[in-house]
Design a protein around this ligand. Structure first.
Ligand code: PMP
Length: 358
């Protein structure tokens, strides 16, 4: 349905209609100039050849230093999405299931389906502020469970995981010797302190990327931090598939990391402002939601809503959003991405509220 909405939005745009697109997490901000220049400079210096499937030494070292691990524990991937795919492939290719709290980022379930792996979903609710129901969580785990996926902060709720919940998930995973894949692509730009899986003992996997942190979605670069055995396997998988992330892109990423604090604080500021604006307008319309604790989304609910119908109808009002059914069994919810300029966001939010309260 997510893709159907996007296709319809593009079709309307091709007919000359202006659509305010809040259906995808692709920020409107530009990639900072310095990052673009770094890629260009690297290309001019001839960094346009094949290279290591694990990533460039200088970039792996810089990431390792930032996270307090060894460079051998880091592999560079074409986007964090590939890091998620590669980890899921390697852990699930010989069978077994994966436990995922919902709402989830759509790609986890689609990837599991592609691999023929069973997903065991654990529903969390807005009413309990998306906290994990541990009875359901423990029921979902069985002898075949190979991995648990956490997404912290979460897409679509923009909620940062409760520390107690995270402690308990990791404790259960460690007791049962299950790997946690922690997708932390929004962690560095979250508005509140966010615990990482790297803060825990145990052999777990962290995935991060440059897309959201530095507005580099189209550059396709991310990384995985894990034990050497898994890093080695992902490197080998890179070798037989993508070969390597282009070296000039890695050079640009290195420049981005050098400007980390400045750029992430700028991005945070923009999205905090938009989150406040959205919260104000949505509250007035009496929609239920948790306030975003990270970019880029809000996931409101209106009782009795059929969000698929709602999303299609809203396109006629020139606004695209994502129905809640794209993130699990959440028909009464919809996801708004705050990824357009404030004035457009204001117009779109008011249209959404008007339509939702009709
Ligand atoms: N994880 C989550 C939770 C995401 O929302 C996204 C992008 N929407 C990704 C991973 C993929 O990001 P990348 O561009 O780094 O592949």
């Amino acid at each position: 349905m997510l893709y159907e909405i996007n296709e319809k939005a593009i079709k309307l745009e091709n007919q000359g209609k202006k659509i305010i697109k809040l259906n995808l997490g692709d920020p409107d901000l530009e990639t900072p100039r310095e990052i673009i220049e770094a890629a260009y400079e690297a290309m001019k210096k001839g960094k346009t050849k094949y290279s290591s499937a694990y990533g460039e030494k200088n970039l792996r070292e810089k990431i390792a230093e930032y996270h307090g691990v060894s460079a051998d524990n880091v592999v560079i991937t074409p986007g964090s999405k590939w890091g998620v795919f590669a980890t899921m492939y390697l852990l699930l290719k010989n069978g077994g299931n994966v436990v995922i709290p919902t709402p989830y980022w759509t790609a986890y379930e689609l990837t599991a389906k592609t691999l023929g792996a069973e997903t065991r979903l654990v529903r969390t609710e807005l009413a309990s502020k998306w906290k994990i129901d541990f009875e359901a969580f423990e029921r979902a785990i069985n002898g075949q469970t190979r991995m648990i996926i956490l997404n912290n902060p979460n897409n679509p709720t923009s909620k940062v995981m409760d520390t107690e919940d995270m402690d308990r998930v990791v404790q259960i995973a460690n007791e049962k010797k299950i790997t946690v894949l922690s997708d932390e692509v929004y962690a560095d730009i979250s508005f509140v302190k966010t615990k990482s899986i790297l803060d825990y003992d145990g052999s777990h996997v962290m995935v991060r990327g440059f897309s959201k942190m530095f507005t580099m979605t189209g550059w396709r670069i991310g990384y995985v931090i894990a034990n050497r055995e898994l890093i080695d396997k992902i490197g080998k998988l890179n070798q037989i598939t993508i070969t390597n992330v282009p070296v000039f892109i890695q050079e640009a990423a290195l420049t981005a990391l050098g400007m980390h604090d400045k750029l992430t604080s700028e991005i945070k500021k923009v999205y905090q402002r938009r989150a406040k604006l959205a919260s104000k307008i949505l509250s007035k319309a009496k929609l239920e939601f948790t306030e975003p604790e990270a970019p880029f989304y809000v996931f409101p609910r209106r009782r009795g809503l059929d969000s698929e119908r709602f999303a299609l109808d809203l396109l006629d009002e020139s606004v695209a959003i994502a129905p809640g059914t794209s993130f699990g069994d959440y028909r009464e919810h919809f996801r708004i991405a705050l990824t357009v300029p404030d004035d457009e966001l204001n117009v779109a939010l008011n249209k959404i509220c008007e339509a939702a309260t009709k």
